[in-house]
Write a protein that binds this ligand. Structure first.
Ligand code: APR
Length: 184
């Protein structure tokens, strides 16, 4: 059974097979997780992103989708870039589904690569403005639902939360889900 774990820390330091990047559709870098991964991972990542843009993703990676590159100098083997939705209350339903898709697609890509351990940040909960509690609910709920499907391949899915507040919120949501039990 795949373990789902939560830690407070820096996703660029994780000794896992695949690190998920909270990218934007350009795949050409940014701030937050994206900036940290490119900064620490080095230019190889951006070179591969540029090749992806020049080939299959000419118009950029659509929201909710995921694509893998090398992890360059990171301790991981791959970076799975996914594009979260920007929070917009008027379009909550559509965008919440896009956020769930980021987790589903990133797990699918990581499993296809043969990754055994995957680290996620709190996608969309930073610059893209998704309220932290709801971002946690969607992240944990989606991964918990997906795990039986990819369990054969994955040993661990690790949420790496940046700072005490984010970690505390994910823990709180995770405990609440555990007490609700399946399917309620
Ligand atoms: N490790 C783990 N989590 C981190 C790190 C890090 N090194 N740096 C930031 N975070 C956290 C943020 O605190 C937030 O909780 O990751 C979460 C996602 O924040 P962002 O990185 O801002 O990602 P997102 O909200 O999805 O916005 C994506 O921001 O950086 C740009 O190019 C990126 O345009 C894209 C947008």
């Amino acid at each position: 059974m795949t373990r789902i774990t939560l830690i407070e820390g820096d996703i660029t330091e994780q000794q896992v097979d695949a690190v998920v990047n909270a990218a934007n559709s350009s795949l050409l870098g940014g701030g937050g997780v994206d900036g940290a991964i490119h900064r620490r991972g080095g230019p190889q990542i951006l070179e591969e992103c540029r090749r992806l843009r020049a080939s299959h993703w000419g118009r950029g990676l659509p929201t909710g989708q995921a694509v893998a590159t090398t992890a360059g100098r990171l301790p991981a083997r791959w970076v799975v870039h996914t594009v979260g939705p920007v929070y917009l209350e008027e379009e909550y339903d559509v965008r919440a589904e896009q956020l769930a898709s980021c987790y589903r697609e990133s797990l699918r890509v990581a499993a296809e690569l043969g990754a055994r351990t995957v680290a996620f940040p709190a996608v969309s909960a930073g610059v893209f403005g998704w309220p932290l509690e709801d971002a946690a609910r969607i992240a944990l709920g989606t991964v918990a639902a997906e795990v039986p499907g990819v369990a054969r391949e994955l040993e661990e899915v690790r949420f790496v939360l940046f700072g005490v507040e984010a970690y505390g919120m994910f823990e709180q949501v995770w405990r609440a889900m555990a007490s609700e039990g399946p399917g309620e």
